[in-house]
Write a protein that binds this ligand. Sequence first.
Ligand code: PXL
Length: 260
Amino acid sequence: MSNVPPVALTIAGSDCSGGAGIQADLKVFTALGVYGMSAVTCVVAETPKKVVSLQPIPVKVFRDQLACCLENMPIGAIKTGMLYSDSIIREVKEKLAGGGYELVVDPVIVATSGKKLLQPNAIRALKELLPIAKLVMPNVDEAVILSGQPVDSLATLESAAKKIFDYFGCPVLAKGGHLRMKSATDVFYDGRAMLKLESEYIKGVVTHGTGCTYSACITAHLARGKGLQGSIERAKRNITEAIRNAFRFPAWTALNQLPG
Ligand code: PXL
């Protein structure tokens, strides 16, 4: 009897505090019925409040993890999160290009706490990875960097999404949560349609790991064969519920990260 579940792979950093990175991704995969694998890029000692230290994984060790994950496994979808260095990003591109993978790129550049999670000289390599992606999903700050234009409204978020698609040729989900509007509206553009995905803006919760969780949801739904638009729509509902039901550990809520 066959017992083969859908499979997804996350290529990301380790967040020891369990809310972001590899840990968040693997929890999401399990919650959505997908077998998760991981290739760790970096080990980050952190809490939702602060990054204490960050240790990149040697490129050879990263390469070996990726090779093991790709070897003969029926991978339905892959996501990248924190990649950190241009050598890791070039390794990812070399191994995934031409493989026909459904690749979701969360272009992690800065943590919510403000710490840089991508070396400044790696932005170029990150941009070179985008043409092989099925989806790139920048937040507002990342959309500014990738599009080269200011973003301060829904209209400018839409024009940034269009530019990113034109520059890199991959569909874009530009996340508007940081615009602090009444609703948390994301925009999706794939060269044809510009879709708005709207949800209530939920105030006063710790949002550390939200981006990781959102992209992991999309990856899991892709692995389950839901298609790009179907996966994004399902994931938007999942992430809204996850934020609404965010765990309130006393040590974290003391953060008062988001006023309101
Ligand atoms: O949310 C961005 C992010 C990605 N990856 C790792 C992180 C964080 C944020 O802290 O720690 C490992």
